[in-house]
Design a protein around this ligand. Structure first.
Ligand code: FE2
Length: 183
């Protein structure tokens, strides 16, 4: 996992941004976990997106957000932001961390098929309390953000790539295997 230093923010890129042929419709996955505010407070001031969807999942800290549709808000622990850039949107994402200086979370970029590249931009915030979780017998906890899993459906829907997005917490000392669809 390379550490990326662009526009004043350090983050880890799990995959993407270059040649995406192997994992399209997913284009990028960034892990912005950081304990040092100097590494992230510069944030991502106003910038454009087009032809993709971005899905941001915050684990700790807050991200202040604004966009050219007039949406304004703050994402906190456990919250999800789903944005369909479509024909084009301007937004800014400013990480603010928590009282301990922590800023943890992920941003996924999903491609739009050619028929939806120029679709009307859409934006949705999902609060942590609206994300269902399921706990298995061994204590494994799964938050279902998008798609179906163990009988629950995630509140983020209509993402064109139709992903299954899960946050899986496995208790210490346990091993867990989860089947992954390859289609
Ligand atoms: Fe962005």
């Amino acid at each position: 996992k390379p550490t990326i230093e662009g526009a004043g923010v350090k983050l880890r890129r799990a995959f993407g941004f270059g040649n995406t042929a192997e994992f399209d419709p997913f284009l990028l996955l960034d892990d912005f976990r950081n304990e040092n505010p100097d590494d992230y407070l510069a944030g991502f001031p106003w910038h454009p997106h087009r032809g993709i969807e971005t899905i941001t999942y915050v684990l700790a800290g807050t991200v202040a957000h604004g966009d050219s549709l007039g949406n304004r808000g703050s994402l906190g622990e456990g919250d999800v932001q789903w944005m369909t850039a479509g024909s084009g949107i301007l937004h800014q994402e400013m990480p603010q961390g928590d009282a301990h200086g922590r800023m943890h979370g992920f941003q996924l970029w999903a491609n739009l098929p050619s028929s939806l590249k120029m679709t009307t931009p859409r934006y949705q915030d999902v609060s942590a309390q609206d994300i269902p979780d399921v706990i298995d017998d061994d204590g494994t906890r799964v938050r279902v953000i998008c798609g179906n899993f163990w009988g629950k459906s995630g509140p983020v829907d209509r993402v064109a790539a139709d992903p299954r997005y899960l946050d899986v917490s496995v208790p210490p000392g346990q091993r867990k295997r989860l089947a992954v669809e390859t289609s």
